[in-house]
Ligand binder design. Structure first.
Ligand SMILES: [Mn+2]
Length: 219
């Protein structure tokens, strides 16, 4: 198998498949990325119905990406395998990176999209606010603060790394604010739901938008 050969030879390879577009104009992409540390394959439909099949080898990340897909009304299949015997860091970061690449491909020239999206989402005591601008200018303002370093075995710090990788690949401005919260599972889950809803809004087509929504003429 090619992926195995690449890993065995020590070569660092990244292959991006050509975007696949549905006859009905749906925006989809499949991206495969293989390095010495991880192999990740993502298939994304931006105009989906919330269907997911996510297997990353990191159960908490699966949970977050499943609810991201459901609440964003995307369709998402992820197969990732990584050196989780080291820790979850490479896998979580590379899934974020590959997912960002998939959105980048699927959105193409970003014609007709709303560009901005935001959501404030509660989960019990936790309340988070997420704002996105599909601007072409990568910036992450991350402000989730938890007293606990881990949710089960999952390192809370990896949420920051996941989002930063996604932001850099897609080229978006993303603000993630925690307005209230105590339980780290609740805080992170509310953030991913807000991220989903904000991304759904920002990537939706608005029939009033002709070309890209920018006076500069490009995003
Ligand atoms: Mn949960």
């Amino acid at each position: 198998m090619k992926k195995i050969a690449e890993r065995a030879s020590g070569a660092v390879a990244s292959r991006i498949a050509a975007p696949r577009r549905r006859p009905n104009g749906g925006r989809t992409a499949t991206v495969t990325r293989a390095t010495k540390e991880t192999t990740v394959e993502v298939t994304l439909a931006v105009d989906g119905s919330g269907r997911y099949d996510v297997q990353t080898g990191v159960p908490f990340l699966n949970h977050m990406l499943e609810l991201f897909t459901r609440h964003g009304f995307f369709d998402l299949t992820i197969r990732a395998s990584g050196d989780v015997e080291v820790d979850d860091h490479h896998t979580v970061e590379d899934v974020g990176l590959t997912l960002g690449q998939a959105f980048h491909q699927a959105l193409g020239g970003k014609e007709g999209i709303r560009r901005f999206g935001e959501a404030t989402v509660p989960l019990d005591e936790a309340l988070t606010n997420v704002v996105v601008d599909v601007s072409g200018r990568p910036f992450l303002a991350y402000d989730l603060k938890t007293k606990q370093a881990r949710v089960g075995t999952f390192d809370v710090e990896l949420v920051h790394d996941f989002l930063l990788a996604f932001v850099n690949q897609l080229g978006i401005n993303l603000h993630v604010r925690m307005l209230a919260g105590r339980n780290p599972h609740h805080i992170i889950e509310a953030a991913f739901k807000g991220f989903a809803r904000a991304m759904d809004l920002a990537t939706q087509r608005d029939p009033r938008v002709v070309g890209v929504l920018s006076t500069k003429g490009t995003l």
